[in-house]
Design a protein around this ligand. Sequence first.
Ligand SMILES: [Zn+2]
Length: 116
Amino acid sequence: MRTDTRPINSQHWRYTVRPFVAHRASLRCEHCFQFLGLCGQVDHIVPRSEIGMLGISVFDPSNLQYLCISCHSAKSNRERAAGREKKPPKGHNRSHVPGRDKFLDAIGLTPAPERN
Ligand SMILES: [Zn+2]
C-alpha cells in the first residue's frame, strides 16, 4: 500500500484544518520542535491510505500533526519501507544457497545431516 502524498485540494483543508493544526503546534514541528511558521507540512498520523477503512476523516485533527519537511519525509520513508516489509522478497528462504553447508562447517556450525 502506497502513502498518498498528493496535496489535499480543498478550501476547508487550506483555510481551516491546516492553520488549526499549525497553530495547535505553536507553529513548530511536533517532532523536532523547529520553528516553521506557516511553512510546515500537515501529516496524517494514520496514513491516508489506511484512514478510509478505519473510518477516519481526512480532516480529523486528532489524526493530524505538524511536521517540518525532513521529519515528514523521514516518516513517509518509514511508512513506505513498512509497506514493503509486509511482502517478504522472493527467495528469502536461503537454506538451498550453494556452499551453505561448507560455510556453516567453516564457522564451526554443524550443517544439516546428509540426506542418503
Ligand atoms: Zn522536524
